[in-house]
Design a protein around this ligand. Structure first.
Ligand SMILES: Nc1ncnc2c1ncn2[C@@H]1O[C@H](COP(=O)(O)OP(=O)(O)OP(=O)(O)O)[C@@H](O)[C@H]1O
Length: 658
């Protein structure tokens, strides 16, 4: 067959390359250049002698089809579906084995002879060693998806074709087949093929997963994704396990998670594999109990490899149910604590520890951003323990002026100081006798009082002002802070010995934006507000979506305020997106910057962000507090910390006051 002009030019370029002469490879992609070098160097292919297409005999084809028979069976639906999408665009479909032999094919009958001549046919050999650089062969070699467009093909016979291929890997991660779409003609611009790569990759993954599910259909399997909505439909990760939690096999995403785990915790012995309870932060009984534990059969767990939240469903072995003994019973219910969360992994850990601590006397320090529910958790701990019948006294150390905090906490006898009540006062510590004393914002407690508090804790006695004799108290102390206590201790602002006394155990509440059970939190806060108001108002899906998407710098407090605002202003019997405060409707810019700055611990950035927000809101502190979802005193405190003074106060020469 006479060669066309562009074929002659192509041969010339590749011949120069093979002879080590300078060749014009301008714009040639690295992956293609490496393949060309393999063709001339390793495979000794001669660009000057284009090779005819090789199609295997029926018998030889049968020998190639047999080992992949199971895959061909499972892949059929995916192959047909992909072909219906690409056929109208003039493409054909090839499924090859790992040697590049076409073991399944879909194409247009009316083009049969042209397709056969081009090698787009059942039995055609697309091994790089024979056919040179091509999508299938190069994909097998590099184990990655590739488009080989026109003159990127090595052999001049193929330079009018455009082909895109993606590997289908087996559970060990080896290429077992290749899915390819090809066309006889196409526009010369490579960009015209941009649609192909993601499409073929998607179908290759679907076939890979269908094969995995089929192959391990008699095993227990975990299917996971980072989006709850996709888990059942198209969860990316699949891990087949034994009933004892050891891993049998995993698909691509599952193997990626295992690899990330091994990178974080390198194994002590070669070939060691983490078990499922090492991969995910949960007990085996919790993982095996997923179907019974949630309405949608999905539960969130933390992946230890990268600390992300994974939503997991359990696929039970076909025709076999798990024996009930495999599923450990859920822990004894503790309603006061249980209602605080649904299936957020971080909350799950907090509540598990809280359950254990509820009747212990150890000091509990609750940390977390403002509004995450530290006081709510402290109260739940109190209500769930043996002190529930005793008092719960909450003290916000930041809200009481420094001059009063001592008398408030310790109390005083009549006449102890001028200005005191004539009958004296029982201090808050004494008021908590037999119950729980909750000291919020403990980091703001003045140093002198820290010393006195330490004495109360070690001696279990309190000495009111003006008293000569100490009085016994039986209190459990729970503290909370949103400040970095180690920094505060390093700066000398907090006594280290007191800190260790208070911090017998730490419960760290996650920010609302990080919680996997946001939906549950929104629903329960909303339900509580409706009950309080005795109303029945529906929360429409658009409002719920905006609430789920919002960053909630002020956490649950801000959420509660936003819902209360919507309930107060909504006119009909439902809350829509437009009833929510403007900043929750999806275009808030400044507020998250403030909270980001805070969470990154950047004082300068926090100052700048807060300053910008104050200016933007004409120094209206109430408005800024509402936008950030924090209290006014919190804003005043931050303004004081950063020496931010409103212009009108500067003129009057006064200080910001809460
Ligand atoms: N699980 C919950 N369900 C319903 N409401 C909640 C929940 N958690 C917190 N809230 C509400 O959110 C608001 C803030 O809660 P709380 O005062 O406990 O937070 P905090 O972390 O102590 O805040 P701060 O750091 O500002 O002291 C309160 O109005 C509380 O009622």
């Amino acid at each position: 067959m006479p060669l066309r002009n562009e074929q002659r030019q192509h041969i010339e370029t590749l011949t120069r390359l093979s002879e080590g002469q300078p060749a014009d490879l301008g714009g040639c992609r690295e992956v293609i250049r490496r393949s060309w070098e393999r063709c001339v160097g390793e495979y000794r292919l001669d660009p000057g002698r284009p090779r005819p297409v090789r199609v295997l005999t029926q018998q030889a084809l049968k020998e190639h089809r047999e080992p992949v028979d199971e895959l061909l069976h499972v892949a059929r639906a995916g192959v047909d579906q992909l072909f219906t999408q690409i056929a109208p665009l003039g493409y054909v479909l090839l499924l090859t084995d790992r040697q590049g032999i076409t073991v399944d094919f879909r194409g247009q009958r009316e083009q049969e002879s042209a397709l056969r001549r081009a090698g787009l046919y059942l039995g055609a050999d697309w091994d790089e060693r024979y056919a040179g650089t091509c999508a299938v062969g190069t994909c097998v070699h590099d184990a990655q998806a590739i488009t080989c467009h026109q003159s990127e093909h090595f052999d001049a016979t193929h330079i009018s074709l455009t082909c895109t291929a993606a590997p289908i890997t087996d559970p060990q991660g080896q290429v077992m087949a290749v899915l390819d779409i090809s066309a006889l003609q196409s526009p010369s611009a490579q960009e015209s093929q941009n649609f192909g790569l993601p499409l073929v990759t998607l179908y290759a993954r679907m076939i890979e997963d269908a094969y995995f599910l089929h192959r391990y259909r008699h095993c227990l399997m975990l299917r996971f994704d980072t989006a709850r909505e996709f888990v059942h439909l198209n969860g990316r990760g699949l891990i087949a396990i034994e009933e004892d939690g050891s891993v049998i096999a995993a698909n691509g995403a599952g193997r990626a998670l295992i690899d990330a785990h091994l990178r974080r915790w390198p194994p002590w012995s070669p070939g060691w594999q983490p078990s499922i309870t090492q991969l995910f932060d949960g007990e085996l009984g919790e993982l095996l109990g997923i179907p019974a534990a949630s309405e949608d059969g999905i539960r969130a767990f933390r992946a230890r490899a990268n600390d992300t939240t994974c939503f997991i469903t359990l696929v039970e072995p076909r025709g076999r149910r798990l024996p009930p003994s495999a599923v450990t019973p859920s822990p004894t219910p503790v309603p006061a604590l249980d209602r605080l969360a649904s299936d957020d992994p971080a909350m799950h850990r907090v509540l598990k520890l809280a359950r254990r601590l509820r009747n212990e006397k150890v000091g509990v320090l609750i940390t977390g951003e403002t509004g995450t529910g530290k006081e709510v958790l402290a109260r739940a701990l109190h209500e769930s323990g043996t002190r529930a019948k005793g008092p719960f006294v909450a003290v916000n150390c930041a809200a009481i002026p420094e001059s009063l905090i001592e008398s408030e906490l310790f109390g005083y006898l009549p006449g102890a100081f001028t200005g005191g009540r004539s009958k004296g006062m029982r201090g808050l510590i004494q008021q908590a006798d037999g119950g729980t004393l909750f000291l919020d914002e403990i980091g703001d407690m003045p140093l002198t009082l820290q010393t006195r508090l330490l004495r109360v804790l070690s001696e279990r006695e309190v000495m009111p002002l003006g008293a000569e004799k100490a009085m016994c108290v039986d209190i459990r102390v729970i503290t909370a802070t949103h400040r970095d206590m180690s920094q505060l201790i390093a700066r000398g602002g907090f006594r280290e010995d007191l800190y260790y006394r208070l911090n017998g155990a730490q419960l760290k509440l996650p920010a609302l934006r990080e919680r996997a059970d946001k939906h549950y939190v929104i629903r329960s806060v909303y339900r509580a507000l409706l009950t309080e108001r005795g109303r029945e108002v529906r929360l429409r899906a658009d409002a719920m979506s905006a609430l789920l998407a919002h960053a909630w710098p002020g956490n649950i407090r801000q959420l509660k305020n936003a819902l209360a605002f919507a309930l107060a202003t909504a006119e009909g019997d439902e809350i829509t997106l437009h009833d929510l405060p403007e900043e929750c409707q999806g275009h808030l810019a400044t507020a998250p910057r403030v909270i980001e700055a805070v969470s990154q611990g950047g004082e300068t950035t926090e100052r700048q962000a807060l300053h910008a927000l104050l200016r933007e809101n004409s120094w209206n502190v109430s408005l800024v507090a509402r936008r950030l979802g924090v209290s006014r005193p919190t804003i005043y405190r931050r303004m004081r910390r950063h020496s931010l003074v409103p212009p009108n106060w500067r003129e009057a020469g006064s200080n910001p006051e809460p």
